[in-house]
Design a protein around this ligand. Sequence first.
Ligand code: TYD
Length: 199
Amino acid sequence: MLLTLEGLDGSGKTSAWEALRAEHPEAVFTREPTDSWYGDAVARSMGDDDADPLAELFLFTADHADHLARVVRPALSEGSLVVTDRYTDSRYAYQAASLSESYLAGGRDPLTYIQEIHEAFTHPPDATIYLDVDPETAAERAGATNKFERATYLERVRENYERLIERDPDRFVRVDAAQPLGDVTASVKAAVSEILANR
Ligand code: TYD
């Protein structure tokens, strides 16, 4: 089973993922961007305010392809539970917010376009915990250390996550991430226990 954690920067996602790791030692815990050289290329792009948004989309997507081949598919074929801190929805939400519609030929919708690229090769998540927090709280908690953590940008990212939930409501479990971080972690743990019990 493939379980993904998604949400804005500063939603408390990584703390929740660490707490889950302590609780499920049998599972494979992983994240995107990865620590491979593809992930290094992604980090360079994130540090560049002038990076081309389309080039950046394909760097993140290359890192995902490698992550799938090297970590996710092998673990799933061994029957492991895989829990990943960010996955495909991060691309659909963040890179669609970076790519304006005028960037693509024929007025294509960026979110739909990015989903279509992935559908050709990715392994979709079985369940996704979405840590829902307002962009102001998110930007404040995240400290706006990279270009993706600014409140106006995060507002667009959040709208994209809402579109994803509308398209695929059964896959998502929404957790209120405006709560104190300890409560966010407890809610995520409870949601995961329920998902695993109903599997
Ligand atoms: P990083 O500092 O590696 O992680 P975190 O802030 O979660 O500790 O930054 C990840 C950033 O990359 C985060 O702002 C979200 C963004 N991101 C994308 O824009 N697209 C993606 O596909 C992924 C996986 C992440």
